[in-house]
Design a protein. Structure first.
Length: 199
């Protein structure tokens, strides 16, 4: 009888040990599977974030300490671009810059100096190009959409209207021709006149 009890006890112990070992293995497999899934989720989230937000490359010049091309998150603001470039120089016309404005991929921004804006140019920030005169006046025959939108009272719709008019008639001979553009009347023209030129 004692031998039989010992035999049954040994069998029971073997079963318990086998079950425990299987349970450990099973747990390990589940843990590895969960880790794989977690890694997959993490990668997907990271990719989604990159796709949703993206990056843009923007050139800044003028009155900043380190002019150059910088990488910003898509939807970045001008103040972030200025910070990336080391901040304003002492002669920067900071009050004329709308630091909250969104910068656009592939564009170049030139921060004006106090001397430049004292000549009468009130553009909040210059998109640097030959589209501006030395006095900071924007040539409306060469200006792009983003540049036109820096003029007072000119939003997306009016900027597009100016471009459409320019495409239809060719080169403007005078700034007054802007009053032929839909949505630009005498009052608005007088607001933007001090900041534009035709060459």
């Amino acid at each position: 009888m004692n031998k039989r009890k010992l035999f049954l006890l040994a069998v029971a112990l073997l079963c318990i040990l086998s079950f425990t070992a299987c349970g450990k293995d099973r747990g390990a497999v589940l843990l590895e599977t969960d880790a794989d899934n977690a890694e997959s989720v993490s990668v997907i989230s990271s990719n989604e974030t990159e796709e949703e937000h993206g990056i843009c490359f923007v050139h800044i010049s003028g009155a900043v300490k380190n002019p150059g091309v910088y990488e910003l998150p898509e939807g970045g603001r001008l103040y972030e671009l200025v910070e990336a470039a080391g901040g304003f120089t002492e002669d920067a016309a900071q009050d004329y810059c709308n630091l909250a404005q969104t910068v656009s991929d592939g564009c170049q921004y030139r921060i004006p100096t106090i001397e430049e804006v004292s000549g009468g140019s009130g553009s909040e920030v210059f998109l640097a190009d030959s589209h501006y005169t030395a006095e900071g006046l924007l040539d409306i025959n060469l200006a792009g959409r983003e540049e036109l939108m820096l003029l007072p009272g000119i939003g997306e719709t009016r900027a597009d209207a100016i471009l459409a008019y320019r495409d239809s008639v060719g080169r403007l001979e005078s700034t007054e021709e802007l009053m032929n553009v839909s949505g630009i009347k005498q009052g608005l023209y007088e607001q933007i006149c001090p900041y534009i030129v035709v060459r």
